[in-house]
Design a protein around this ligand. Structure first.
Ligand code: NAD
Length: 484
């Protein structure tokens, strides 16, 4: 029988209240169960929230330097367990081992980065109208925060929420995706091994629809930080705003790379492929459209198809370029989007089906897929597919390319390939996206820089960098006068 894992509540490993568990399989081989995880209920969520609330004043009352030390210790523990964590992540999520290691290393860097943030000024001294009045403002924690996270970056995203939340003095209840529960167990173990006080960080597993409302509306929860689909984000923001909670949502994308005729050709082709197919296209910032200036469209399409067709596909511990998608349901949903692209007239240039190899028959694989001459208004070019599918779109010129780029509901990331400084500057101004890269792939983030989207990709706030403090703190203004 597969190993059974528990919820982490109040510093203890607890069986879920109704004793139910769910199994999680390896997407590279759906017959391999990697563990059984608690199918939690509202009762478990309430218990985790009560634990976080009980720990709040002690944690918030520590010096921020001491909180930073706990984050540093957690980073050291995570680093000492890097290979183990990355291997588990690869098995539950499907990305390659080098990518899983890179993501775990990124989480370690994030912990260290937010540890250093605890030594930054946390307020302002403000000149007062009164000659002897000392007027200042100070950032204070918001309280208990719920973190609801997706499966596609199961260590980096939870840590990029938890690290600033903890650094700022909040206590945390985290609900990882039911599709990536093992890595969440490892995160809780790292905080436990680092000696984090009981109740400061709690993890409850299971299906959001079962107890998500409690996480968003409980009277002892002050804020909710969510990353996932736009559909779930809307539900969460509805609950949160109805109950006066602070919330932040980071959601989907339909990210495009624009390639101008003067681009460095090989760089543009290679980075488009990297952006589209690494992690099987399951990054919120993955390149799902490439908009190419008409003068080089045919040459670009030919090179793209030739190189994409040569990409290797296989399990994360092989040396394949891309692995499986997350579940059988995701594979079928992506195949159905491909089918509908074909039936509505887009040209399937390569891929578009499951690989024929018997070796891959038990995994959730889809060949890297390119569609050509895609109508920018079609659902293929408008809807997030979240898989290894790339739409090639022809543009007349720079202005046309930017208009196509912006004509989608999402606005997460965008990139431009060009030699022109003037086009680069105009693109940075005109592209409707929260993250812009010039001569770089659409995917990729650095923890010290703000991260997030515009339009339907986000709820206006930003994660990471100094911006993370804006969500995880509130500001108190204090005025002190001399006694009469
Ligand atoms: P999802 O919305 O299905 O699930 C995200 C989380 O919400 C999971 O933990 C899930 O259990 C939970 N959830 C689901 N229904 C819920 C409910 N009714 N109440 C409370 N919680 C609920 O998304 P996903 O499939 O895990 O992730 C893929 C999506 O996430 C894609 O759209 C992708 O673009 C997006 N994403 C965005 C970013 C970003 O930073 N913008 C990063 C990664 C992924």
């Amino acid at each position: 029988m597969a190993e059974r894992y528990l919820n982490y509540i109040g510093g203890n490993w607890n069986t879920p209240s109704q004793g139910e568990f769910f199994s999680k399989y390896n997407p590279a081989n759906i017959h391999e169960v990697i563990g059984e995880f608690p199918n939690s209920t509202t009762e478990d969520a309430e218990s985790a929230i009560e634990s976080a609330a009980a720990a709040l004043s002690g944690w918030a009352g520590l010096s921020s330097h001491v909180r930073g030390e706990y984050l540093r210790k957690a980073a050291d523990v995570m680093e000492s367990r890097l290979l183990e964590i990355a291997t588990g992540l690869m098995k539950e999520e499907g990305k390659s081992l080098p990518e899983a290691k890179g993501e775990t290393m990124r989480a370690i860097v994030i912990l260290r980065y937010f540890a250093t943030q605890t030594m930054l000024p946390d307020g302002d001294v403000i000149p007062s109208a009164g000659a002897t009045t000392f007027l200042y403002s100070r950032r204070i924690p918001v309280g208990v925060v719920s973190l609801i996270t997706p499966w596609n970056f199961p260590v980096a995203i939870p840590i990029w929420k938890a690290a600033p939340a903890l650094a700022c003095g909040n206590t945390v209840v985290m609900k990882p995706s039911e599709l990536s529960p093992l890595t969440a167990v490892r995160i809780a173990e790292c905080f436990e091994q680092a000696g984090l006080p009981s109740g400061v960080f709690n993890v409850i597993h299971g299906h959001g629809a079962r107890f998500g409302e409690t996480l968003a509306t409980h009277k002892k929860v002050s804020a909710i930080s969510f990353t996932g689909s736009a559909k779930t984000g809307k539900v969460i923001s509805g609950w949160a705003s109805a109950h006066g909670k602070k919330y932040q949502l980071e959601m989907g994308g339909k990210n495009a790379a624009v390639v101008l005729a003067d681009a460095s050709f090989d760089q543009a082709v290679n980075l488009t492929i990297q952006g589209a197919y690494k992690s099987a296209g399951e990054k919120c910032t993955a390149t799902s459209r490439v908009i190419v200036q008409k003068e080089i469209y045919d040459k670009f399409a030919a090179a793209l198809v030739e190189k994409t067709s040569a990409l290797t596909i296989g399990p994360g511990d092989s040396d394949a370029y891309l692995g499986p998608v997350i579940t059988v349901e995701a594979r079928d949903r992506i195949l159905s989007a491909i089918q509908s692209g074909v039936s509505t007239g887009s040209a399937l240039l390569c891929g578009g089906k499951v690989p024929e190899s018997a070796f891959l028959a038990d995994g959730c694989y889809i060949l890297p897929t390119v569609f050509g001459d895609v109508d920018p208004k079609s659902s293929l070019a408008q809807d997030e597919i979240f898989g290894p599918v790339l739409c090639l779109i022809k543009a007349e010129d720079f202005d046309d390319a930017v208009a196509i780029l912006n004509d989608v509901e999402f606005g997460l990331s965008a990139s431009l390939f060009t030699q022109s400084l003037s086009a680069s500057m105009q693109f940075a101004d005109k592209a409707q996206a929260g993250m812009i890269r010039i001569n770089g792939e659409t995917a990729g983030v650095e923890p010290q820089a703000p991260f997030g989207g515009v339009k339907a990709s986000s709820s206006w706030s930003r994660e990471q960098g100094l911006a993370a403090r804006d969500f995880f703190t509130q500001i108190k203004t204090v005025s002190i006068d001399l006694p009469a």
